[in-house]
Design a protein. Structure first.
Length: 302
């Protein structure tokens, strides 16, 4: 059973990530357009943008950048979930830290590992999603890679905005795994018959019922989002740097945070698009955790 455990774990995480992201891809596109104040849609709100994109760019416009997203999210989800399981073991065995703290630490480290490994793909995806029909600067994934590499300082061009991503990822992934793991263990301890059922691949292991899983994943996503959202806005601004008119004011993380706050304030700047992010993130996290738990049973990982 231990053979190919790594590979099976990798596939489970990857599939979980892809299912989660495809569910919410249109909301992702709208979020990027709003966060960086795209001039075609900047006067609109969340729902009006959701209606305006299909009119202007057709229904597939809602999925713009989704190809790059899938190529990124499979390794991202795979590395994150796999690394989480590994870090948890290491922290428990080597450092002797257990309980809720090791979940928080392992979640943060897993998130950061996944982000660093897949960051260039995220950069390309954001550039593609920010384009509006009729004004294409990049023709596709490979073309965008080439352009960023040649025009924006080689390899370092792909890592613009990495700092706020890592700083934001630590609390985001940390609290996400922490909240989910804690809710799961409390739920199974307090009401095992009501909330849990035996795992399909190992009857000795209790797992949460699917709807409870979805709920716990959703709560985890909402808490984590609220904590780290301004850093997400900062990251998008920095990633889009070269194609935004105010790019010279958004060179470092602190500069960008200051600039967004001074120009647009808290609600319309640092937290712009947050309501959309709840709508997007809660189902996304819920689907990710639930799919991962199901894939774990399907691939005999319990």
């Amino acid at each position: 059973r231990r053979d190919f455990y790594w590979l099976r774990s990798f596939i489970a995480g990857g599939v979980a990530g892809c299912c989660a992201k495809t569910t919410t891809a249109p909301l992702d596109r709208v979020k990027i357009l709003l966060q960086a104040h795209n001039h075609h849609y900047k006067h609109l709100g969340v729902f009006s943008t959701l209606c305006a994109v299909p009119k202007k760019e057709g229904y597939l416009g809602l999925y713009k950048g989704n190809g790059a997203m899938m190529i990124r999210i499979f390794p991202y989800g795979a590395i994150q979930f796999m690394a989480f399981d590994q870090y948890k073991k290491v922290i428990k065995k080597q450092l002797g830290i257990s309980g809720h703290v090791h979940r928080l630490m392992a979640g943060s480290m897993a998130g950061i590992t996944a982000v660093i490994c897949t960051y260039p793909l995220d950069m390309v995806r954001v550039r593609l999603a920010f384009q509006v029909k009729g004004e294409h600067k990049y023709m596709g994934i490979i073309h965008a890679f080439k352009m960023i590499y040649t025009k924006e300082g080689g390899f370092s061009g792909f890592y613009r905005g990495l700092m706020p991503t890592v700083v934001g990822m630590a609390p985001y992934a940390g609290f996400s795994f922490f909240t989910f793991g804690t809710l799961k263990s409390i739920g199974l301890a307090q009401a095992p018959n009501f909330l849990g059922r035996p795992s399909l691949d190992n009857p000795d292991v209790l797992v949460l019922k699917t709807h409870v899983n979805l709920l716990c994943g959703g709560i985890a996503g909402a808490i984590a989002q609220t904590i780290s959202y301004p850093l997400d806005v900062t990251r998008r601004r920095m990633q889009l740097g070269a194609i935004l008119p105010d790019s010279e004011k958004c060179l470092t993380m602190v500069q960008t945070l200051k600039y967004v706050y001074q120009q647009h304030g808290v609600r319309r700047g640092l937290y712009r698009g947050l309501s959309l992010n709840y709508i997007r993130c809660i189902p996304s996290q819920a689907v990710a955790f639930t799919t991962y738990e199901l894939m774990k049973q399907f691939l005999h990982l319990n």
